[in-house]
Design a protein around this ligand. Structure first.
Ligand code: NI
Length: 178
Protein backbone atom coordinates (compact mmCIF):
# COMPACT_ATOMS: atom_id res chain seq x y z
CA UNK A 1 0.00 0.00 0.00
CA UNK A 2 1.06 3.57 -0.42
CA UNK A 3 0.06 7.05 0.66
CA UNK A 4 -1.53 9.08 -2.13
CA UNK A 5 -1.26 12.82 -2.67
CA UNK A 6 -4.36 14.83 -1.75
CA UNK A 7 -5.87 17.19 -4.30
CA UNK A 8 -6.78 20.52 -2.72
CA UNK A 9 -9.33 23.16 -3.66
CA UNK A 10 -8.33 24.46 -7.10
CA UNK A 11 -7.66 21.02 -8.58
CA UNK A 12 -10.00 20.55 -11.58
CA UNK A 13 -10.68 16.88 -10.75
CA UNK A 14 -12.54 17.98 -7.60
CA UNK A 15 -15.10 19.73 -9.80
CA UNK A 16 -15.77 16.84 -12.20
CA UNK A 17 -18.53 14.26 -11.99
CA UNK A 18 -16.72 10.94 -11.65
CA UNK A 19 -18.08 8.16 -13.87
CA UNK A 20 -19.36 4.77 -12.65
CA UNK A 21 -17.10 1.72 -12.71
CA UNK A 22 -18.06 -1.39 -14.69
CA UNK A 23 -17.06 -3.49 -11.68
CA UNK A 24 -14.41 -4.01 -9.03
CA UNK A 25 -11.09 -5.38 -10.28
CA UNK A 26 -7.71 -5.75 -8.53
CA UNK A 27 -6.75 -2.23 -9.61
CA UNK A 28 -9.86 -0.84 -7.90
CA UNK A 29 -9.04 -2.86 -4.77
CA UNK A 30 -5.51 -1.45 -4.72
CA UNK A 31 -6.98 2.07 -5.04
CA UNK A 32 -9.36 1.34 -2.13
CA UNK A 33 -6.52 0.03 0.06
CA UNK A 34 -4.37 3.09 -0.71
CA UNK A 35 -7.33 5.39 -0.02
CA UNK A 36 -7.90 3.77 3.39
CA UNK A 37 -4.22 4.22 4.23
CA UNK A 38 -4.25 7.85 3.04
CA UNK A 39 -7.48 8.65 4.93
CA UNK A 40 -6.04 7.12 8.12
CA UNK A 41 -2.80 9.10 7.82
CA UNK A 42 -4.74 12.30 7.21
CA UNK A 43 -7.13 11.39 10.08
CA UNK A 44 -10.20 11.78 7.90
CA UNK A 45 -13.63 10.23 8.36
CA UNK A 46 -14.06 9.81 4.60
CA UNK A 47 -12.22 10.14 1.31
CA UNK A 48 -13.40 10.15 -2.32
CA UNK A 49 -11.26 8.91 -5.21
CA UNK A 50 -11.16 12.26 -6.98
CA UNK A 51 -9.55 13.70 -3.83
CA UNK A 52 -6.54 11.57 -4.73
CA UNK A 53 -6.81 12.48 -8.41
CA UNK A 54 -8.76 9.45 -9.65
CA UNK A 55 -12.05 10.26 -11.39
CA UNK A 56 -13.95 7.08 -10.44
CA UNK A 57 -17.02 6.55 -8.24
CA UNK A 58 -15.14 5.10 -5.29
CA UNK A 59 -15.04 6.37 -1.69
CA UNK A 60 -14.06 5.11 1.75
CA UNK A 61 -15.59 5.88 5.14
CA UNK A 62 -14.39 5.46 8.71
CA UNK A 63 -16.92 7.01 11.08
CA UNK A 64 -18.63 5.97 14.32
CA UNK A 65 -16.84 2.62 14.31
CA UNK A 66 -17.93 1.71 10.78
CA UNK A 67 -15.27 1.31 8.13
CA UNK A 68 -16.20 0.45 4.56
CA UNK A 69 -15.53 1.16 0.90
CA UNK A 70 -18.31 2.11 -1.51
CA UNK A 71 -18.13 1.70 -5.28
CA UNK A 72 -20.84 3.29 -7.46
CA UNK A 73 -22.71 4.48 -4.33
CA UNK A 74 -26.34 5.60 -4.62
CA UNK A 75 -28.70 7.07 -2.01
CA UNK A 76 -31.98 5.17 -2.25
CA UNK A 77 -33.86 7.33 0.27
CA UNK A 78 -33.12 10.23 2.60
CA UNK A 79 -35.02 11.40 5.67
CA UNK A 80 -35.04 14.30 8.12
CA UNK A 81 -32.72 17.26 8.33
CA UNK A 82 -29.73 18.00 10.56
CA UNK A 83 -27.07 20.69 10.66
CA UNK A 84 -23.49 20.06 11.79
CA UNK A 85 -20.03 21.41 11.16
CA UNK A 86 -18.07 19.86 8.30
CA UNK A 87 -14.54 20.08 7.06
CA UNK A 88 -12.76 18.47 4.11
CA UNK A 89 -9.31 16.99 3.59
CA UNK A 90 -9.19 18.93 0.30
CA UNK A 91 -9.85 22.25 2.06
CA UNK A 92 -7.68 22.06 5.19
CA UNK A 93 -8.53 24.31 8.16
CA UNK A 94 -11.83 25.49 6.65
CA UNK A 95 -15.06 24.54 8.42
CA UNK A 96 -18.73 25.38 8.03
CA UNK A 97 -22.18 24.29 9.20
CA UNK A 98 -23.97 22.19 6.59
CA UNK A 99 -27.63 21.10 6.62
CA UNK A 100 -28.27 17.63 5.17
CA UNK A 101 -30.76 14.79 5.48
CA UNK A 102 -30.27 13.08 8.84
CA UNK A 103 -30.76 9.49 7.73
CA UNK A 104 -29.97 7.78 4.44
CA UNK A 105 -30.29 4.39 2.80
CA UNK A 106 -27.17 3.65 0.77
CA UNK A 107 -26.65 1.05 -1.95
CA UNK A 108 -23.18 0.38 -3.34
CA UNK A 109 -20.66 -2.34 -4.18
CA UNK A 110 -18.11 -3.31 -1.52
CA UNK A 111 -14.37 -3.95 -1.96
CA UNK A 112 -15.13 -7.43 -3.29
CA UNK A 113 -17.67 -6.12 -5.81
CA UNK A 114 -20.67 -7.41 -3.82
CA UNK A 115 -23.78 -5.22 -3.59
CA UNK A 116 -24.69 -4.01 -0.09
CA UNK A 117 -27.33 -1.82 1.48
CA UNK A 118 -26.94 0.29 4.60
CA UNK A 119 -29.42 2.32 6.64
CA UNK A 120 -27.56 4.86 8.74
CA UNK A 121 -27.91 8.19 10.52
CA UNK A 122 -25.72 10.67 12.35
CA UNK A 123 -22.06 11.13 11.46
CA UNK A 124 -21.93 8.14 9.08
CA UNK A 125 -24.90 9.44 7.08
CA UNK A 126 -23.24 12.86 6.91
CA UNK A 127 -19.89 11.40 5.84
CA UNK A 128 -21.56 9.29 3.13
CA UNK A 129 -23.37 12.33 1.71
CA UNK A 130 -20.20 14.44 1.84
CA UNK A 131 -18.30 11.79 -0.15
CA UNK A 132 -21.14 11.27 -2.64
CA UNK A 133 -21.08 15.02 -3.22
CA UNK A 134 -17.35 14.75 -4.04
CA UNK A 135 -18.13 12.15 -6.71
CA UNK A 136 -20.49 14.69 -8.31
CA UNK A 137 -17.93 17.49 -8.16
CA UNK A 138 -19.65 19.18 -5.20
CA UNK A 139 -17.81 20.53 -2.14
CA UNK A 140 -19.30 21.27 1.29
CA UNK A 141 -18.65 24.96 0.63
CA UNK A 142 -21.36 24.80 -2.04
CA UNK A 143 -23.95 24.16 0.71
CA UNK A 144 -23.09 27.33 2.65
CA UNK A 145 -24.68 30.72 2.18
CA UNK A 146 -23.03 32.76 -0.63
CA UNK A 147 -21.74 35.28 1.89
CA UNK A 148 -20.19 32.64 4.17
CA UNK A 149 -18.69 30.84 1.16
CA UNK A 150 -17.13 34.00 -0.25
CA UNK A 151 -15.66 34.84 3.15
CA UNK A 152 -14.06 31.42 3.53
CA UNK A 153 -12.81 31.40 -0.07
CA UNK A 154 -11.25 34.86 0.31
CA UNK A 155 -9.41 33.68 3.42
CA UNK A 156 -8.32 30.49 1.64
CA UNK A 157 -6.92 32.43 -1.34
CA UNK A 158 -5.06 34.80 0.96
CA UNK A 159 -3.50 31.93 2.89
CA UNK A 160 -2.54 30.05 -0.29
CA UNK A 161 -1.43 32.94 -2.51
CA UNK A 162 2.24 31.94 -2.17
CA UNK A 163 1.46 28.26 -2.78
CA UNK A 164 -0.46 27.80 -6.04
CA UNK A 165 0.04 24.01 -6.07
CA UNK A 166 -3.08 21.96 -5.40
CA UNK A 167 -1.27 18.77 -4.46
CA UNK A 168 -0.51 17.95 -0.86
CA UNK A 169 1.58 15.19 0.67
CA UNK A 170 -0.28 13.47 3.47
CA UNK A 171 1.46 13.62 6.80
CA UNK A 172 0.20 12.24 10.10
CA UNK A 173 -1.25 14.47 12.83
CA UNK A 174 -3.52 16.74 10.84
CA UNK A 175 -7.05 17.50 12.01
CA UNK A 176 -9.76 14.91 11.48
CA UNK A 177 -12.19 15.80 8.72
CA UNK A 178 -13.74 14.46 5.53
NI1 NI B 1 -14.29 16.27 1.60
Amino acid sequence: MSLLKLHLLGSPVLRQRSPELAGVDPETQRLIDDMFETMDAAKGVGLAANQVGVAQRVAVIDADGERFAMVNPVLVTTEGRATAEEGCLSIPDVFGDVARPERVVLEALDREGRPFRKEVGGLIARAIQHELDHLDGILFLDHLSPLRRQMLLARWRKEHKDDPSYLKDVEPETSRSG
